[in-house]
Design a protein. Structure first.
Length: 277
């Protein structure tokens, strides 16, 4: 299996199935075991059992494939508890019954709670596995930041965006923060803009086109609100309409966040040890 950086890793994607329907769980477990690079490490019939499994030290989990409607602790309550788990925690993928009551509302709710992707039961299993593999590809690479460093990078990204877009709470700003979190947390040297769009779109329950438009508008707003700082950051670039493409914008802001991180480490001496990956 290859990471999104093109590196090969022998570590399989370890999946925990959470579903109260034994037949569905058996089918999914069998399918996962047939896929190269996947390992089903356990099954749980409700959210409470799933949390107990995740607390075990002998069975690490990379991804959780979660049903929503279950007796006892359902998928929504599980996600609320999952959010409280220390980082790094497994990614969660929701697989819910097609045509369930309030399905669209549930979809938006679980995406707001931080799931990586939402699927309806009946969706092709091979495509589910491909999506899981793509979104978890970086989990086993050494470039993953530590959970403590993740928090520092998020703070620095928020400070930077506040500098460039003061008092702005637009959708574009929200997507921009999501993008910077994705880029600095995975710390990949090479990346594709479509991967960022896909991640933000799945997380927020919107289309990639909506993400693209919002980020373009945000870039223009930055150029307008912070002209002098913007000129310094874009020196040497030949920009059309005063704003770079979204790819260039995100790469530029990512580099600025990492520059601020290096400056922070250098100015705090021993504090730099906390950034060891």
């Amino acid at each position: 299996m290859k990471s999104c950086c093109g590196q090969t890793t022998a570590v399989p994607l370890r999946v925990l199935l959470v579903d109260d329907e034994p037949g569905d769980a058996v089918v999914m477990e069998a399918f996962l075991e047939m896929q190269e690079g996947f390992q089903c490490v356990g099954c749980a019939s409700n959210g409470e059992d799933a949390l107990k499994f995740l607390s075990r030290q002998d069975s690490p989990v990379d991804a959780v494939l979660l049903d929503v409607y279950m007796p006892g602790m359902d998928g929504i309550d599980f996600l609320r508890e999952w959010q409280k788990l220390p980082s790094p925690k497994p990614k969660v993928f929701v697989l819910s019954a097609y045509g369930a009551f309030g399905e669209e509302q549930i979809r938006h709710q679980v995406l707001r709670l931080g799931v990586a992707a939402y699927f309806e039961k009946g969706y092709p299993l091979d495509l589910i596995c491909k999506r899981m593999r793509d979104l978890c590809a970086c989990r086993h690479t050494e470039t993953f930041a530590s959970s403590e460093r993740e928090g520092v990078l998020e703070e620095l990204a928020e400070e930077l965006v506040d500098d460039l877009l003061p008092a702005t709470k637009s959708v574009g700003r929200h997507y921009l923060m999501d993008a910077l979190h994705y880029l600095t947390y995975t710390a990949q040297r090479t990346w594709r803009i479509c991967e960022v769009y896909d991640w933000i779109a799945e997380k927020n329950g919107v289309s990639c086109k909506s993400v693209d438009r919002a980020l373009r508008q945000t870039g223009k707003e930055m150029a307008h609100h912070s002209a002098k700082r913007w000129q310094r950051m874009t020196a040497g670039m030949h920009l059309k309409e005063g704003a770079p493409s979204n790819k260039i914008l995100l790469e530029m802001l990512k580099k600025e966040v990492l520059y601020r991180e290096r400056h922070l480490v250098g100015s705090h001496g021993k504090a730099g040890h906390r950034y060891d990956a």
